[in-house]
Ligand binder design. Structure first.
Ligand code: URA
Length: 209
């Protein structure tokens, strides 16, 4: 079973409170989401492997650490995932970015791909799928399916807020995927909103409501 990591750093929790607050305007909401995404990138990369190299300091030669292992890929799920992308790129500027767009078929209620554009070497990268809200898990599972179909094997999820239902669904469908969240909320309501959540993340990021 993939692990669920709640990033409980005080700065993340403090900023998340103002992200949740319906009085927070679009500009501040966007900035706070960006900042939390940067802080979460710090947490999600905590276990990346290091190797030693030699550097010449002004004083002597030293052994020092650099990040080794696979290169990273960031996969925002359109559209709300874009709100966290730049914040993650601030700490991981060399990562390549792939986009996955999904909509829910009104008849079948199943997620349908409408846009997929991935780095050509995506299957060699360690991937972070980014979406602010992990609600039912439908989009997350479908996005991870898209990546696995193309041969990707190392995948993590990054969400601001998750519902227990969504975490369980992703863990059942993709037990190899670790999930990093800033908060695990109570439940989903009848319309599929996370409670207490923050409302519609895409609308709040882009001022469309
Ligand atoms: N998507 C959102 O933007 N908000 C929710 O609460 C659930 C899904």
């Amino acid at each position: 079973m993939g692990k669920l990591v709640v990033c409980d750093h005080p700065l993340i929790q403090h900023k998340l409170t103002f992200i949740r607050d319906m009085q927070t305007n679009t500009k501040d909401f966007r900035e706070l989401v960006d900042e939390v995404a940067t802080l979460m990138a710090y947490e999600i990369t905590r276990e990346v492997p290091l190797e030693s190299i030699k550097v010449q300091t002004p004083v002597c030669e030293a052994e020092a650490k650099v990040i080794s292992g696979r290169m990273l890929g960031l996969i925002p799920i359109l559209r709300a995932g874009l709100g966290m992308l730049d914040g993650v790129l601030k700490l991981l500027p060399a990562a390549k970015v792939g986009h996955v767009g999904l909509f829910r078929d009104p008849q079948t209620l199943q997620p349908v791909e409408y846009y997929v554009k991935l780095p050509t070497d995506v299957q060699e990268r360690e991937l972070i799928v980014i979406d602010p809200m992990l609600a039912t898990g439908g989009s997350a599972i479908a996005a991870i399916d898209v990546l696995k179909k193309r041969g990707c094997t190392q995948i993590k999820m990054m969400n601001l807020i998750a519902a227990p239902e969504g975490v369980q669904a992703v863990q059942e469908a993709h037990p190899d995927v670790d999930i990093y969240v800033a908060a695990l909320d109570e439940r989903l309501d009848e319309q599929g909103y996370i409670v207490p959540g923050l409302g519609d993340a895409g609308d709040r990021l882009y001022g469309t409501k």
